[in-house]
Design a protein around this ligand. Structure first.
Ligand SMILES: *Cc1c(COP(=O)(O)O)cnc(C)c1O
Length: 354
């Protein structure tokens, strides 16, 4: 703590991201990155943008990333005024909390979920209430049918990987018309059905997605929100009071190209899904209990092994996985689905631990 800090800075409890080590020969299964590189068209588009660098990087980028909006609108068959683009979905979520979820009633989210949500609530002084997941980390819609200042959860949920069906989401929207319902679909491409088509019917539904996971672009920082034009306007107002140019020129070029290569997207996400099923089978054979996952990670525990010790043993084999020392989940490992080769190395290392 420094005497020069504001009370705000002093009082913060920042989000702690998974480790990004500098050593290269690690098998990195701790931050849900895609094991495959982005589409070659993304690299070409960035190079083309750079090729004109003399004229292009000198200039500010398009403040509203209209090209990305158009690409997302085409892919999801919605209008560009139903889309907000941000510097990663984390930034989009930050604007969502301030612009749509800050009210006198508390925001509701699961007790086990993306740990950035309470961080934003504390930053923006938004009241929140944790809603306990049920056995097997199941989310029950009825728990959310109470007065609230907003509702947010990832679907599939993180770090559990569990998915809630669209029928349940519609039931929630029908019971909750007075506040905004945010579905964070960071992992939806790995086994969920997007709720984006529902935005035509529910003016209080907002979906967020990211290019970080299924499109292999965590390093480029692009995310978006989709919802009624009126919700989007609130986000634009916050953005234009914070940073008018959230996406740089290279990110805009790369993101547009990513949406242009549907075949590559399908191929790589299907490969991840197949590896997830293989990994689940392998872990189960080693005695792990694996929560059924619709994401690019699995959440698993071993009845006979302490999770903290497993993390250390894997680390000695240069394998990183994520472990949250939090109530209810301290015996679980969150393991990102890597290539089959990486998953096999993990299974081999786990098999050698006695
Ligand atoms: C990874 C992740 C995000 C953030 O994605 P970025 O676009 O990289 O900021 C948001 N929500 C959840 C649940 C995530 O796991």
């Amino acid at each position: 703590m420094s005497r020069y800090w504001s009370d705000v800075a002093t009082g913060l409890t920042p989000y702690v991201p998974g480790e990004q080590p500098k050593v290269l020969d690690l098998i990195k299964l701790n931050t849900n990155e895609n094991p495959y590189p982005p589409s070659p068209r993304v690299l070409q588009a960035i190079q083309d943008e750079l090729g004109e660098a003399g004229s292009s990087l000198r200039r500010y980028p398009d403040p509203n990333s209209e090209g990305v909006k158009a690409a997302v609108a085409r892919f999801h068959r919605i209008e560009t005024n139903q889309i907000f683009i941000g510097n990663g979905s984390d930034e989009v979520l930050a604007h969502v909390f301030l612009g749509l979820l800050k009210h006198s009633l508390p925001v509701l989210f699961p007790d086990i979920t993306y740990s950035f949500y309470p961080v934003y609530c504390r930053l923006y002084q938004i009241p929140f209430e944790l809603v306990s997941l049920h056995d097997g980390f199941r989310l029950q819609v009825d728990d959310y049918c109470v007065p609230n200042g907003g509702i947010i959860f990832p679907n599939p949920n993180a770090p559990t990987g569990r998915i809630l069906g669209l029928a349940d989401i519609e039931r929630l929207l029908q019971a909750n018309t007075e506040s905004v319902v945010v579905i964070d679909e960071a992992y939806v491409d790995f086994g969920g059905e997007s709720a984006i088509p529902l935005i035509a019917h529910y003016p209080n539904l907002l979906i967020t997605q990211t290019l970080s996971k299924a499109r292999s672009l965590a390093g480029l920082r692009v995310g978006f929100a989709a919802g009624n034009a009126d919700l989007i306007q609130a986000l634009v107002r916050v953005k234009d009071s914070f940073n008018s140019y959230p996406l740089d020129r290279l990110a805009i070029a790369g993101a547009v190209a990513a949406y242009g290569d549907v075949a590559y997207f399908e191929k790589t996400r299907n490969a991840v899904i197949a590896s997830r099923e293989r990994l689940t089978t392998g872990l189960t054979a080693l005695g792990f209990e694996v929560i059924p996952s619709a994401a690019n990670f699995v959440f698993a525990r071993h009845p006979a092994h302490n999770a903290g010790q497993l993390v250390l043993a894997l680390r000695r084999q240069n394998i990183l996985v994520r472990h949250f020392r939090l109530p209810r989940i301290e015996q679980y490992l969150r393991i990102t689905v890597g290539t089959d080769l990486e998953c096999d190395a993990l299974l081999k290392a786990l098999g050698e631990i006695e």
